[in-house]
Design a protein. Structure first.
Length: 386
């Protein structure tokens, strides 16, 4: 097959790329290649097309169309034919839209291996949905195969049962509800949502009848940090203490030890700032010498998975007892929760899905994770709410 032109188109939006192909080379384009690249944390697409060798009459039509597209700033009175041609092309694009979707589906199918297509149709559908939501291929395939091997229907109910073999769930408040006294330290990089999450956990306790709750802030240096957590404390009617080092902890300890639960909002530090992470670890260790303390690492789902792994490495200076995944409402690929959770083997405690206190927090459970992974994506949820 002869091509009169071979051209590469690239961009972030696959649909816009196809629109550009349609505009630039017309309907004679044949897709020769396709590639996806991750650049700076964003997904880019490249499509290579060839233009079929046309007859002289077809070439003349194509050249005329190209010349028409290059004309700009035409007076409205002289532009009727031009506008009509644009309208025709828009209608043509609408008709082609279903074809474009089919083509995208074919492209996505190229990424599947032959043995994956041997899965029964419902199981393959679940597998593809997990892949689309960011679950690693080997994990998604293993889950689907587990469902099949147990003679279960590949649906949300079966998925919810099977994932307990891949991630564990434990609510750090359960022993508090049974009367135990302890501290919970929230750690993680700057901007991950520690302060609002501390307020949300406090609210859960209060709504479940645990009134003996206090907040401990350890950040006096970030502008507005104390004011923000104090605002939450005042709203909920619980005390706030601020201490940045062991000496200051000693100064307020007599007050702190009166409470059944103290939630510590630690200072946010970059995962690469090991020196200051060690200071946080030292403060937690000092408190742990006086009272039981558990550490919860917060991971933002708005980060790339590779960066989450770097966060875990940076905060490995301290023993992590639980994970909280935050900002789930800001990602289209929540499968990272399953990927990271199964890799770390640390129990999941909570999921946060917005900034509203106390509404936008969920106790981590198989059902909650299933809803996140197999429910509607964020865009659909917000559209429905509006």
């Amino acid at each position: 097959m002869k091509y009169s032109l071979i051209k590469k188109f690239s961009g972030k939006n696959l649909l816009k790329i196809f629109e550009k192909i349609k505009e630039d080379v017309g309907s004679n384009a044949v897709i020769l290649g396709y590639d996806e690249k991750d650049i700076g944390g964003e997904r880019y697409y490249e499509v290579v097309v060839g233009v079929l060798h046309n007859t002289p009459a077809q070439n003349q039509t194509y050249q005329q169309n190209t010349q028409n597209q290059k004309k700009e700033d035409k007076p409205p009175a002289e532009n009727f034919d031009y506008i009509r041609e644009i309208s025709r092309k828009i209608e043509e694009m609408k008709r082609d839209f279903e074809g474009i979707k089919m083509h995208i589906e074919l492209i996505s199918r190229r990424n599947f291996l032959p043995y994956e297509f041997k899965l029964p149709s419902p199981a393959l559908s679940l597998f593809k949905k997990l892949i689309a939501r960011g679950v690693e291929r080997n994990i998604a395939l293993s889950i689907v195969e587990d469902i099949i091997s147990q003679n279960m229907k590949p649906d949300e109910s079966s998925f919810s049962k099977v994932i307990t073999s891949y991630v564990s769930f434990r609510n750090p408040l359960n022993d508090v509800f049974r009367g135990e006294r302890k501290f919970l330290a929230l750690v993680g990089p700057t901007g991950v949502g520690k302060t609002t999450t501390a307020a949300k956990i406090s609210a859960i306790c209060i709504m479940n009848g645990i009134k003996s709750v206090a907040l401990l802030g350890t950040d006096r240096y970030r502008i507005g940090s104390v004011e923000q957590i104090k605002k939450y404390a005042d709203i909920m009617g619980i005390p706030l203490f601020v201490a940045t080092n062991s000496e200051e902890i000693g100064g307020v300890w007599k007050n702190l030890e009166k409470f059944q639960l103290v939630i510590i909002d630690t200072i946010g530090k970059s995962q690469y700032d090991i020196k200051n992470i060690r200071k946080i670890a030292s403060l937690i260790k000092d408190i742990g010498s006086r009272r039981k303390i558990e550490v919860i690492l917060l991971l933002s789902c708005s980060q790339r998975e590779e960066e989450m792994i770097n966060v875990m490495r940076g905060f490995s200076e301290m023993k992590i007892d639980y994970l909280i995944f935050t900002k789930i409402d800001e990602t289209s690929y929540p499968g990272v929760i399953l990927n990271i959770g199964s890799f770390l083997e640390v129990p999941l405690a909570f999921f946060t899905v917005g900034q509203s206190v106390p509404d936008d927090i969920k106790v981590a459970s198989p059902k909650a994770l299933t809803e996140i992974l197999l429910g509607p994506p964020p865009l659909s949820r917000y559209a429905f709410q509006q």
